[in-house]
Design a protein around this ligand. Sequence first.
Ligand SMILES: [Zn+2]
Length: 430
Amino acid sequence: MVFNMKIKPKNIYLKLKEIIIKKKLVDLEKSQYWTINELKNFQNERLKKIINYAYKNIKGYRDKFNQVKIKPNDINSSNDLYKIPILTREEIQENPAFINPKLIHTTLYTGGSTGKSLIYYDDQQAGIMRWNCHYRGWKYQGYNVSKKLAVISAAKKISINHKILTLNGQLEDKYLRQNIEAIVKFRPEFLRGYVGSIYILGKYILEKNIKIDFIKAIDPVSENLYEYQKKIMQKAFNAPVFEEYCCNDGGACAWECEKHQGLHWAMERAIIEEKNGEMITTDLWNKAMPFIRYKNGDKVKFLKNKCCCGRTLPLIKVKGRDNDIIIAPKGPIGATFLMYHGIGYGDKNSFRTGIRIVQYVQEKNYQLNVNIVKSANCTQKQIDGFKKAVKTTCHQMKIKFNFIKDIKGTKIGKRQFIINNDHKLLEKWK
Ligand SMILES: [Zn+2]
């Protein structure tokens, strides 16, 4: 998955309450039962609008259309999409030609599973669709805002806000213990958070033989979920895992329903195409930064079976970029953490803006080499902030920071964000 970070986690849920249901662009509860033709017609109508808009208002797209000599009239349905050249992340990275600054409502970041984050923007409508799709997906798990939820992401302390328990995202034993105590006391019915974090929490629960019997659904997000992780989570929390896929840059998103037969693709938000196994996505709403035929780096497979839950939204299977994992003495560290832990979201002074590319390379004996390419205006303060965050996340490892000019891609052209050269250790955990 392209590791998406939205806004500060603790604000997500307040925001959710504010937006959800009040503002609807489509009745998503109904549209998930439309016929496939109705869904496709809906997509095509939206597609024409966004194509017209992009051609008229976004120079980057106008240039792309002109390059292959097509006009908006040439695109009347998703069947015509192939005529438009594919959009890459590199093209839109820090490229104002793809943005309409007047419509920016929210600034978002990808976690950069390639080691490089993309800053992108939502307009208001795209934001409403994003939240409403999430909310519908979470409802598949039985969740609604009146239910108690525990969240584990990048927060640095435990807090309770209405029905939401935010756990401490630092994963040293003492914090794990505090998190579990808080969970037992709060008794949430739902658990959501980074794959790596829930997994480590689950392992701790099993190790210490703690009984948790009140969770109804586990929703691991933002990282590839492996079968071994899922097993541990389900055993530790005595609850089923519901998979979720969300790539907000491009609007592709899908949720597993109570029948667990695949992930229902939210067709109302984006068109997903599959090309040689790669996902190509077109956001049907975002005008602040349109994503038209965007290759997001994830892999998708359309499943042939229909879900027995009755929802017509097609089933897909998604896999994010294959990353190795970094393994500390206490266990694997979530990829999302390596990119984000401790970052001040959106703050110009945060080290997010100071570090251009980062790469983690693990060697034997828990040696971790962190290769860093600084951005042009990087300050010492940002460097210090970054180092501190890495040391906190990987606190039992021997860390060495290397500042270099560039990080080359691998043979297949992709820059690997995490490389683990301790194959023996990797075997033990994968
Ligand atoms: Zn279903």
